[in-house]
Design a protein around this ligand. Structure first.
Ligand code: SF4
Ligand code: SF4
Length: 307
């Protein structure tokens, strides 16, 4: 059994309790404009080009069968023409400096399992493995088998999901998952649809099923400037989450970590820049707002997209 994975990060401390290995599955069924992992969206390998790392060896130019890479004499730089590229990844294979990389590899379950197990001693009793993405539940059968094996070693398992997927996918994994980190982006059906393509009713229905299952679930709200961080939008979130007050809520501060990735994928960056202290104020405001409405808030300094 194989899954498309774009990163396996060791020693993570923000994707669940303790020290963790986070598996980033590639592919997403939403399309949030503020996404910090734009390379996670497509369910196929992609080319990423970081010109700042280029040492101008010209190996990629010589090996590209489509002439999609050329050397600009005057500017002394490599030009990449995305339209000509056929994604054969020959350039990534010969690039010595990782200026060109292939993002996304189909990995066997046993290979992923080995990478989790090698850090078993670091997890101790609280840490473990987290499936993230993209939307990891697009790979629910793979995760079920992976977590089944991992649980045999008594390692803690966690899934970060946006929750906008058929309940069947949750059913596949629920038996072997200890914790769900459940993204909640908006309490406004129309605004959510427009900004992400997501279906609020499906997200709430799945959250309700998780509540009934009594599986540990933390609701995580990424605070997106000018989208969901004002009183009116927080009021809508409160309204929709009112029947979930037994669940803990965590706000994630907005950050701009994904900016260079948009450039590397040849995409325009969607981010407007906001002062850090303004973003921190927004987290404090939202925290107090929900606390005053009787919600349990996990306070900390986590940022959206942080791993
Ligand atoms: S992936 Fe293949 S076609 Fe595209 S730029 Fe690289 S070598 Fe050329
Ligand atoms: S192979 Fe890599 S380092 Fe060499 S020119 Fe191409 S991008 Fe630059």
């Amino acid at each position: 059994m194989k899954a498309l994975i774009f990163n396996i990060q060791r020693f993570c401390i923000h994707d669940g309790p303790g020290i963790r290995t986070t598996i980033f599955f590639k592919g997403c069924n939403l399309n949030c404009w503020w996404c910090h992992n734009p390379e996670s969206k497509k369910s196929k390998p992609e080319l990423m080009f970081y010109p700042d790392k280029c040492i101008l060896c010209l190996s990629c130019v010589k090996n590209c069968p489509e002439s999609a890479l050329t050397f600009a004499e005057r500017e002394k730089k490599i030009l990449y023409d995305k339209k000509k590229c056929r994604e054969c990844f020959k350039c990534a294979c010969v690039c010595p400096s990782e200026a060109i990389v292939k993002c996304g590899v189909y990995m066997e379950l046993a290979e992923v399992y080995e990478k989790i197990i090698r850090d078993k001693d670091f997890y101790k009793s609280v840490g473990g493995v987290t499936a993230s993405g993209g939307e990891p539940l697009l790979y629910s059968e793979f995760i079920r088998e992976l977590f089944r094996k991992v649980k045999e070693e008594k390692i803690h398992t966690c899934i970060e999901t946006a929750g906008c997927i058929n309940w069947n996918s949750f059913e596949n994994v629920i038996e072997f998952t200890d914790l769900f980190l459940y993204d909640f982006k908006s309490g406004d059906e129309k605004k959510l649809k427009e900004a992400t393509g997501g279906d609020l009713n499906l997200i709430l229905e799945n959250l309700n099923n998780l509540k009934k299952s009594e599986k540990e679930t933390i609701v995580r709200i990424p605070l997106v400037p000018d989208y969901n961080d004002n009183e009116e939008e927080l009021e809508k979130i409160v309204d929709k989450l009112n029947s979930f007050k037994q669940l803990s809520i965590e706000f994630l501060k907005f950050n701009y970590l994904g900016k260079s990735k948009y450039k590397a994928l040849g995409l325009p960056s969607p981010f407007k820049i906001f002062e850090d202290n303004i973003l921190e104020e927004k987290v404090k405001f939202a925290t107090n707002f929900l606390k005053n409405k009787g919600f349990k808030i996990i306070e900390g300094d986590k940022q959206n997209g942080e791993t």
